[in-house]
Design a protein around this ligand. Structure first.
Ligand SMILES: N[C@@H](CCC(=O)N[C@@H](CS)C(=O)NCC(=O)O)C(=O)O
Length: 326
């Protein structure tokens, strides 16, 4: 069997088995968790390359939390100490003073031995990670941070749709969000093909669902759309080549391509995408998969701005609310 990109997260039969999130404290409206949602108290650290972090960047923008929860952006290329703040002056995050995200993990748990991952929410005063629990993080931004939402902010996780959103999120996570990683990090042919088949079967299923409805659940954008979008927007630029997810390109799946463009052209989505960070991160940091580190010059990305025609399906991106300001 070939050598794994992340040995500790690869099963004996060559399947990618993602590590669990170590820091799972919740930041809550009433502070009963020990962490109260408060303006200026926390710093959201992301890589613009990372789909898990991208969720939180989109939710923060849609909900208008930019002035309440500051954002730190790491260099898309990690070194042996992990994510670095080399894009900031003097290589230091101006809000927390951190040079390496690792230091915030070790401040939270000096024995931490997992990967130092984004997104991570850092307590500014102590410099320690409060949470790297990315699925809970966006749900909490929608619910526990409601007091700080902008006027007209969308309801991304409305109580009456939660069951349906959770169901969609579960299958999208397993087959699509994490499915592309299962393809890319597989170390046996069988594990790769299983993941590949599940991924494209799920994309076919999603295409069918989205043929007659503009958004995944209800008739406005929800958390479910955010989670699917972050994988779709990386599909042709990274997963099709780098992770061998190549039955089709996104641009060859007409319904999903139009759906992804519709979201891309919605404030909060396309304006949070950085294709340069995405391509450089994936192609240059997985030496087992792409030993030369060469970053492909393509694909041509101009199609993202072409008309999508989805408005004819009804639904409005922000329901009765207004889009975030650009
Ligand atoms: N926290 C999750 C998901 C977040 C995640 O994997 N983020 C990636 C970037 S997309 C990361 O930070 N990787 C750092 C590393 O592999 O050292 C995990 O532990 O698997």
């Amino acid at each position: 069997m070939t050598k794994a990109q992340f040995g500790a997260e690869t099963s004996n039969s060559g399947e990618w088995v993602r590590q669990s999130n170590r820091f799972t404290d919740r930041i809550t409206a009433d502070g009963s968790s020990g962490w109260k949602a408060e303006p200026g108290r926390y710093h959201l650290v992301v890589s613009l390359a990372c789909p898990w972090a991208h969720r939180s960047v989109i939710a923060r923008r849609l909900l208008g939390l930019e002035d309440v929860l500051s954002l730190g952006i790491v260099d898309p290329l990690r070194d042996e100490r992990g994510w670095r703040f080399t894009l900031d002056p003097d290589g230091r995050d101006p809000v927390t003073g951190l040079s390496f995200l690792a230091d915030a993990y070790l401040a939270g748990d000096q024995n931490y031995s997992g990967r130092y991952t984004v997104p991570a929410v850092v307590d500014v005063a102590s410099g320690r990670v409060v949470t790297n629990d990315y699925p809970q993080l966006t749900l909490d931004l929608s619910t526990e941070w409601a007091r700080f939402h902008r006027p007209g902010a969308p309801s991304l996780y409305p109580p009456e749709l939660r069951e349906e959103i959770d169901e969609i999120n579960a299958v999208v996570y397993s087959d699509v969000n994490n499915g592309v990683y299962k393809c890319g990090f597989a170390t046996s042919q069988e594990a790769y093909e299983r993941a590949f088949d599940a991924l494209f079967a799920r994309l076919d299923w999603l295409s069918e669902r989205l043929e007659s409805r503009r958004y995944l659940v209800g008739d406005t954008i929800t958390e479910a759309d955010i989670r699917l979008f972050t994988t779709l927007v990386r599909f042709d630029a990274a997963y099709h080549g780098h992770f061998k997810c190549n039955r089709h390109k996104l641009t060859e799946l007409p319904v999903l391509w139009a759906y992804a463009r519709d979201l891309f052209q919605t404030p909060g989505f396309g304006d949070t995408v950085d294709f340069d960070h995405i391509k450089r991160h994936y192609y240059s940091t997985h030496a087992q998969i792409n030993p030369t580190g060469i970053v492909p010059a393509g694909p041509n990305l101009s199609g993202w701005h072409t008309p999508h025609g989805r408005a004819a399906l009804g639904g409005r991106p922000f329901g009765d609310g207004t889009p975030p300001s650009m």
